[in-house]
Write a protein that binds this ligand. Structure first.
Ligand SMILES: Nc1ncnc2c1ncn2[C@@H]1O[C@H](COP(=O)(O)OP(=O)(O)O)[C@@H](O)[C@H]1O
Ligand SMILES: O=C(O)[C@H](O)[C@@H](O)[C@H](O)[C@H](O)COP(=O)(O)O
Length: 194
């Protein structure tokens, strides 16, 4: 018996890179749910970020676990069998962790295989600062952008979706939302209902 397939599309990148904007529009296009990854943070994490203190791996891993389990559960329960979730996933090891948690999640049936695709958005440092400054009522202020920019790992050639991997990086500098969305769709379209 072949396993049924679910798809979780994770939209990543540093603060202000367009995860929420692109992720929510992609979900509309695919007629599937969108999850805002930041909604799964503990209060302690939010308080820390609001004070301008970067998260440590100890803070991040429980958040990544909750976020992944929710994304898997959401795709399981949705008729589309897809969910889109935003998550900074700045380092390769966080993408690997999401995949390993997702594959062993208690929320999945043994007859279901969950496929993850990681779309990493990035732009130049100044553009990020400007965009974060534009956001109103967000705990994350522009003093956090540098720490994120310094550690971010843009997907490597060997891990790209077109090379048989599950990652893809998009430089969004100077590009419209529609243009970026079109590129995302183009990259993932072969994985839809595969
Ligand atoms: N490609 C883009 N060009 C210009 N502004 C953008 C672009 N993508 C997002 N923005 C703007 O940048 C700000 C941050 O976007 P958002 O989607 O909240 O980013 P993130 O979820 O990654 O923090 C918003 O004001 C949004 O409208
Ligand atoms: O859009 C944003 O404001 C940020 O990306 C925000 O989502 C933050 O980055 C993460 O919630 C966790 O922080 P780390 O990126 O440091 O893991």
């Amino acid at each position: 018996m072949t396993k049924a397939e679910e798809l979780v599309i994770v939209i990543g990148g540093p603060a202000g890179t367009g995860k929420t904007t692109i992720g929510s529009k992609l979900a509309e296009l695919l007629h599937c749910p969108f999850l805002e990854g930041d909604s799964f943070h503990s209060k302690a994490n939010i308080d820390k970020m609001a004070q301008g203190i970067p998260l440590t791996d100890e803070d991040r891993y429980p958040w990544l676990t909750t976020l992944t389990e929710n994304a898997v559960e959401t795709s399981t329960n949705d008729p589309s069998s897809i969910s889109v979730v935003s998550c900074s996933m700045l380092k390769k090891e966080y993408r690997k962790f999401i995949k390993s948690i997702g594959s062993h999640s208690s929320n999945i049936d043994e007859n279901v295989e969950v496929k993850f695709l990681f779309i990493f958005l990035y732009t130049d440092y100044q553009a990020l600062l400007n965009r974060v400054a534009q956001r109103q009522d967000h705990y994350m202020k522009s003093d956090m952008v540098k720490s994120q920019y310094d550690i971010m790992e843009i997907p490597a050639e060997k891990d790209l979706i077109e090379e048989g991997g599950d990652e893809y990086g998009i430089n969004t500098t100077g590009r419209s939302i529609e243009d970026i969305l079109e590129e995302v769709y183009d990259v993932i379209k072969d994985e839809l209902h595969a």
